[in-house]
Design a protein around this ligand. Structure first.
Ligand code: ZN
Length: 328
C-alpha cells in the first residue's frame, strides 16, 4: 500500500469514528498542539468548536478546542487541563493521543517547560530535541497490549521533518524579536537537537540526580515528554517538541538564587514565543508526511500471530490498528 493510500485510509477510519460519536464536521484537524505549563489556550482561532471525544482510555485532559489558525485546522489540548489540575503522572497521555488521532490529526507539536542541564542553554532559549531518556516509572506507556502486542521503532523518537520546520520557525521568530540584541548574551537561541530526560516528578530532581543526568549528556529535563512521544509514534503521528528552558536545574551553583518571579517571567516569555512559532507553522500548513516514516510506524510492528490476537481488542482499537489488522 502506498503511503498516500495508507494516510487516506487512516483519515477515513477517523472520519467514520467521529461520525459514530456524533462529533461535528468542524472537529477535523491536521495539527495537534499539546500545551504545557502556562499554555492553556491559543488566541485568534477561527471557526472554533469544542469537543469531548470518548476514547478506549477514558477522557482526555480537557475538552479539545478545534479551530483555524492561518491555513491550518488546529486541535488544541492543554496537557494539564485548564487551571492546571493534573500532575505529570495523572495526565491521561493515552486518551490525549487517541483523541488527537480521532480528530484526524497527523502532526503533533508538544510544548514543554523544562529545566536546562547545560550552561549554553539559557533560560528562555528553546530546544527542539531529537532524543529522549526515560526516567518515568508510573505511567501506562503503550496504546496496545491486552491481546495485541506491538513493538514500534523508537531509535529516533521525534519526527525529523516536523522538528526541522519547528526549529526554522523558532529561528525566524527569535531573529525578528531579538534583532536589537543580536550578538549579545541576551539574544535567545534555538538549539537544534538535544536530549530531553523525562522524570516522574512531581518533585524536581535532587542535586545528585541532576549531576548524574548531566554526565549522561542530557540537554533539558521535564516531566511530560514521555510516554507522550511513544504513544504518538504508536498512533503513527509525527511528533515534534518546543522544549523551553525556564531555569537551570539545581546542578548549577548560581551566583544569585533564582527567584520564583524570574521563573514565572521566563515562562510567560516562552509561551508568547511558542504562540508566534505556531502562527508561523500554521500560516502555510504542516509539513507533508510522506517521507518521514512516522505514518507507517505500525507496518510490521504487530507481533501477535493473527490466530492468537484478541479480535475484540482490535475492534476496540480499529482506529489505530485498522491498517495492520483489517476487520473485514
Ligand atoms: Zn513524521
Amino acid at each position: 500500500m502506498s503511503i498516500e493510500d495508507r494516510l487516506g485510509a487512516a483519515r477515513a477510519r477517523a472520519a467514520a469514528e467521529r461520525k459514530r460519536q456524533g462529533l461535528p464536521e468542524l472537529a477535523e484537524a491536521a495539527l495537534g498542539v499539546i500545551g504545557g505549563s502556562g499554555l492553556y489556550e491559543i488566541e485568534g482561532l477561527r471557526d472554533v468548536v469544542e469537543v469531548r471525544p470518548v476514547t478506549p482510555y477514558g477522557r482526555p485532559s480537557d475538552a479539545l478546542v478545534v479551530g483555524s489558525l492561518g491555513a491550518t485546522r488546529v486541535a488544541f489540548l492543554p496537557r494539564h487541563g485548564r487551571g492546571h489540575r493534573l500532575t505529570p503522572s495523572e495526565v491521561p497521555y493515552r486518551a490525549n493521543i487517541y483523541a488527537l488521532r480521532l480528530l484526524g490529526v497527523g502532526s503533533v507539536v508538544a510544548v514543554s517547560a523544562c529545566g536546562s542541564m547545560r550552561e549554553e542553554i539559557r533560560p528562555r532559549d528553546v530546544v527542539v530535541p531529537d532524543q529522549f531518556i526515560d526516567r518515568t516509572k508510573d505511567r501506562p506507556a503503550t496504546l496496545y497490549g491486552a491481546g495485541v502486542v506491538v513493538h514500534v521503532a523508537f531509535a529516533d523518537p521525534f519526527c525529523p521533518v516536523l522538528s526541522a520546520r519547528l526549529a526554522d520557525e523558532a529561528e525566524r521568530v527569535f531573529a525578528a524579536s531579538d534583532a536589537a540584541l543580536a550578538g549579545t548574551p541576551a539574544a535567545r537561541r534555538v538549539h537544534r537537537g538535544g536530549t530531553y530526560l523525562t522524570m516522574e516528578g512531581p518533585q524536581f530532581s535532587t542535586r545528585a540526580e541532576s549531576h548524574l543526568y548531566r554526565s549522561w549528556g542530557v540537554s533539558v529535563i521535564g516531566m511530560t515528554g514521555l510516554p507522550e512521544a511513544k504513544l504518538a509514534r504508536e498512533a503513527e503521528l509525527c511528533y515534534g517538541m518546543l522544549a523551553y528552558a525556564t531555569d537551570y536545574d539545581c546542578w548549577r551553583a548560581a551566583e544569585e538564587a533564582v527567584t520564583v518571579a524570574q521563573v514565572v517571567a521566563n515562562l510567560g516569555a516562552n509561551i508568547a514565543s511558542a504562540k508566534e512559532i505556531l502562527r508561523g507553522l500554521t500560516a502555510t500548513g504542516v509539513p507533508a508526511r510522506d517521507h518521514c516514516g512516522c505514518a507507517s510506524a505500525l507496518a510490521g510492528a504487530v507481533q501477535t500471530d493473527p490466530s492468537a490476537v484478541d479480535w475484540d481488542r482490535v475492534r476496540e482499537l480499529a482506529l489505530l490498528l485498522g491498517g495492520e489488522l483489517p476487520l473485514d
